[in-house]
Design a protein around this ligand. Structure first.
Ligand code: ATP
Ligand code: MG
Length: 301
């Protein structure tokens, strides 16, 4: 397996504040890797450090087996990067900007670029200064998806996109994945990335708290169940379950995967009218991690 990106023991401080603490993870060729953590966790700082836009204090960052930051210009030819806040040259049009971004990375505009402009419904003739946040993001995304590189890095890429464009984004990432490309996707919302990612790293206050297959992590955490039952007398049977709440015939609670079959059987007894079972959110997974490590929910701050 080729390691496309490897971070080992990366530290970064801003003055006295340590934003990255011993950050270690690696991404293999063909993986879509999720980089998840709440606001301020250090995702963008880690990404900027990988790109050499910020200088790390210590640790190793390798791209395709070589130091990623000793020759930043060369590294940037191997990476397509879309930041969370896209700033563009105000007097260039969207189309000119896409061309320039591609050329800066040593790439060329292709038929695929034009297809992407159509797909994302971008008007390439408008000056960048007239674009909304979402449109600026589209410009950078189109340039990134048109480039043929070793690693695609998207920092909270869908924060400015509407649901239709978010779906287009997901489709394009899945196309990269099908083509065996490697992608790093950061987000503070698990549901935004769960359809695309294979493995994830969870970062919190500058520390990687877990790295692993998303499905394995989700199996370790409880699932959320919401149900509407018609026989409300049976409710008492559910009241002992974790996070139980009730509003008339609507109940909700959380259970482990092992408890799920028996709970579903009980729900059937209670003449269930509607049921929703949702996988754990990023917050649920954090909770589980901290509970597993003997920290109570209140200690986390
Ligand atoms: N240039 C800087 N100078 C000082 N502190 C900084 C700087 N950049 C980031 N930080 C701090 O480092 C921490 C991590 O910030 P970062 O932007 O990496 O978080 P993030 O995980 O990307 O969050 P978000 O989801 O909000 O984008 C925050 O506490 C932030 O205030
Ligand atoms: Mg960020």
């Amino acid at each position: 397996m080729v390691k496309v990106l490897e971070l080992a023991g990366v530290n970064k401080s801003f003055g006295k504040f340590q934003a990255l603490k011993d950050v270690t993870f690696s991404i293999e060729e063909g993986e879509v890797f999720g980089f998840l953590g709440p606001n301020g966790a250090g995702k963008s700082t880690a990404i900027r450090t990988i790109l050499g836009l910020l200088k790390r204090d210590s640790g190793k960052i390798e791209l395709m087996g070589e130091d990623a930051t000793s020759n930043v210009l060369e590294s940037h030819k191997k990476i397509a990067y879309v930041p969370g806040d896209v700033f563009l040259w105000p007097n260039l049009t969207g189309g000119e900007t896409i061309d320039l971004l591609l050329r800066l990375g040593g790439h060329e505009r292709s038929k695929h670029t034009d297809e992407l402009i159509k797909k994302f419904e971008l008007d390439p003739k408008k000056k960048a200064r007239t674009y909304s946040k979402g449109n600026r993001q589209k410009v950078a995304l189109i340039a990134a998806f048109s480039a043929d590189v070793d690693l695609y890095i998207f920092d909270e890429p869908t924060s400015g996109l509407d649901p239709l464009q978010e779906r287009n984004f997901q489709e394009e990432v899945l196309k990269l994945k099908a083509a065996g490309k490697t992608v790093l996707l950061s987000s503070h919302i698990l549901s935004e990335v769960e359809k695309m990612v294979d493995r994830v790293a969870i970062i919190r206050t500058g520390e990687i708290v877990k790295v692993g297959a998303l499905t394995e992590m989700q199996e370790l955490s409880a699932v959320n169940v919401r149900a509407v039952i018609t026989d409300s007398e049976v409710v008492t049977g559910f009241a002992a379950l974790d996070n139980f709440t009730q509003q008339n015939s609507k109940i909700s609670f959380t259970v482990t995967h092992e408890q799920l079959p028996s709970v579903l059987a009980e729900l059937a007894q209670a003449q269930v009218h509607d049921v929703q079972i949702t996988p754990p959110t990023l917050e649920d997974m954090f909770m589980q991690f901290y509970l597993d490590n003997g920290v109570t929910a209140n200690d986390q701050k």
